[in-house]
Design a binder for this molecule. Structure first.
Ligand code: SF4
Length: 318
């Protein structure tokens, strides 16, 4: 079956006055329709740039992007317009992505107005239906974003993303700014919407615990590169890369009798500007050796589980 999205050797570099910043460096993955890919890493690892490049909010430096089998790496204007409907984004901070002068219904209606082709009454009806779909009570129709809590504001962001009936949504840290209890509500809503509309998500976050419940597959990124990729359950059961292990160790276990040893990341973050060919995690890795200076390639350790660390077998058995 043709995947909904396929990314091959994608690179996004930025020229800076200090050299070339390798924000996304040779990233490849496929994403089946109706599935969720979690993309995890610290801030600056390239995960947001990856999402934005796939959506053509910024142009790729190299590589290829396929959507439903079509090469969309360099789309023409008309194709890009269509893609803008099929591929959407939900932002981390709905407050800053919403116009404070627009009411809830105006904000949700905006994408419909921009696309055109519907009467005012049809758009209003559609807006009310979208509010209902995302669990926003009709009484908020004329409220302004500052009058609502973070969860409701994020529901507006989700309704806006859904307005044009997309197939694929990049969710860029959609729950990071929310309280834990509201995070769960929004994630449950996103799961329900995925089932109802057959949506495909790329869920970008710094928090591994958040993606655990929503992702079919998880990709861990470090300084622009994928260091580990596996089905969600497999990644949590058999974490292989030292960086993924450190991220995992930061997740609290909901059991007072059990404790997980937190792995603290020490050492300086390597600069993503003109990076050396070896492992980019080397400066912070307790297992670093001479051979880590060689470029690290993703190796399949078990079906569907890839890791870019030349020492992962030794580490596993130590
Ligand atoms: Fe650590 Fe070396 Fe593996 Fe990089 S390649 S994660 S430095 S052991």
């Amino acid at each position: 079956m043709t995947p909904l999205l396929e990314v091959r050797n994608l690179r996004k570099y930025f020229k800076t006055r200090y050299g070339t910043l390798h924000a996304v460096d040779d990233v490849s993955f496929t994403l089946e329709k109706g599935k969720t890919l979690g993309v995890v890493g610290e801030s600056g690892c390239g995960k947001t740039t990856l999402g934005r490049t796939v959506l053509h909010l910024t142009e790729p430096t190299d590589g290829q992007i396929f959507f439903e089998g079509r090469d969309i790496t360099y789309p023409r204007k008309k194709e890009l317009r269509k893609l803008r409907e099929e591929m959407q984004i939900i932002f981390q901070d709905p407050y800053s992505s919403l116009n404070p002068r627009m009411t809830v219904s105006e904000a949700i209606m905006e994408p419909l107005i921009l696309r055109g082709g519907m009467s005012r009454d049809e758009m209003l009806e559609e807006t009310r239906s979208l509010m209902d779909t995302v669990g926003l009570a009709a009484r908020f129709e004329n409220s302004y974003p500052h009058e609502l809590d973070g969860g409701r504001r994020q529901r507006i962001g989700i309704a806006r993303a859904l307005a044009l009936k997309p197939k694929f949504i990049v969710c860029d840290e959609p729950v990071s700014a929310l309280d834990v209890s509201i995070q769960a509500q929004i994630i449950n809503l996103m799961l329900d919407l995925q089932e109802e509309f057959g949506l495909t998500y790329m869920f970008v976050t710094h928090d591994l615990s958040v993606v655990k419940y929503i992702s079919d597959e998880i990709m861990v990124m470090y300084l622009g590169q994928v260091v580990e990729k596996a089905p969600s359950d497999e990644l949590f059961a058999n974490t292989l890369h030292p960086y993924s292990k450190a991220l995992l160790s930061a997740i609290p276990i909901p059991n007072i009798h059990k404790k997980r040893k937190r792995i603290l990341l020490r050492g300086e973050l390597t600069s993503p500007i003109n990076p050396k060919p070896g492992c980019r995690f080397m400066a912070r890795c307790d297992y670093a050796m001479e051979k880590c200076n060689e470029p690290q390639v993703l190796e399949e350790s078990s079906p569907g589980h890839f890791v870019a660390c030349c020492r992962y077998k030794e580490i596993m058995n130590s």
